[in-house]
Design a protein around this ligand. Sequence first.
Ligand code: FAD
Length: 318
Amino acid sequence: MKVTEHIERAKGKTLFSLEVLPPIKGQDINSIYKTIEGVLEYEPAFIDVTYHREEHVYKNQSNGLLKRLSVRKRPGTVGISAAILNKYKIDPIPHIICGGFSKEETENALIDLNFLGVDNVLVLRGDAMRSEKAFVPHPHGHPYAIDLLKQVIDMNEGRYLDEDLLNPFPSNFCAGVAGYPEKHYEASNLKTDIRFLKKKVDAGAEYVVTQMFFDNSKYFKFVDLCRAHGITVPIIPGIKPLATSKHLVSLPQMFFIDIPEILADEVASCKSREAVYDLGIEWCIEQCKELIAHEVPVLHFYTMSRVKNIRKIAEAVF
Ligand code: FAD
């Protein structure tokens, strides 16, 4: 079922959903099952599965020279999506990204997903590779999420890359896109970023999932600005509980978000790791309660494949 149908059927009740990461290459799928089963009783409406592009790694050779290899460290998004659908009958939302993919590779992945019965995709640009300063599109791929989205919408309308196909079958994906309450790090300002988001919605995106935030007022302001710019689709808040004091540095570095001063001060006054962990849960419960009171369609949790804290939060708010 499509994300939009889940939201319609819930009739204003806030749904629960989560995001999982494919395991590191070489690990089995049981870590994903463990993550999902840790929160299964809260009936996730859907489960996002992230996509991880290849990275360049350098390996020493016997001749003393370094060899550059292209390695995808967390493959398996399509397979995990199919496994989730098959095992739990929960809608998986595979992420699809521009980075590292030609249009043809994307088309083939979409055909696989369509055949597997996957109804949703989250359409993203992806970040630059670690070895690159800025995002470089694949020479036969897409520079922005909107271009990838247009390919999905084309397929939904029966338009494949090969225009000579006879009676091509239209897919029926519900496509979501990303939004940034604290703006995307490359955007010159929040309004410009929202104008690009509006273009993604006009091109056919049916819902938005936000980057994580720790200050609900930023999400509320973002939703108001989106509505003022004519974005009417559901805007699903992405939530992550802070779990360690290291998150004070790593989350802003990785996701270009602020940690509110009060939260940072409270973390600083914690006497143990357990106290920080519990504080993160308490803060998140308060965030979630306020978001539910504002009738958000879904609370979407970034798990990083760990759900002990998310279980406690779900227990308190659902
Ligand atoms: P875009 O919408 O293409 O925007 C990128 C930047 O370009 C923005 O600054 C935007 O304002 C600007 N822009 C957009 N269109 C134009 C245009 N036409 N001209 C000029 N500027 C433009 N990354 C992964 O690799 N794998 C994942 O699974 C993944 N999941 C994510 C899930 C969520 C919910 C979120 C919020 C992010 C996720 N990311 C993931 C990270 C994401 O790929 C990065 O944030 C990436 O840098 C931007 O992706 P986007 O889809 O928002 O890009």
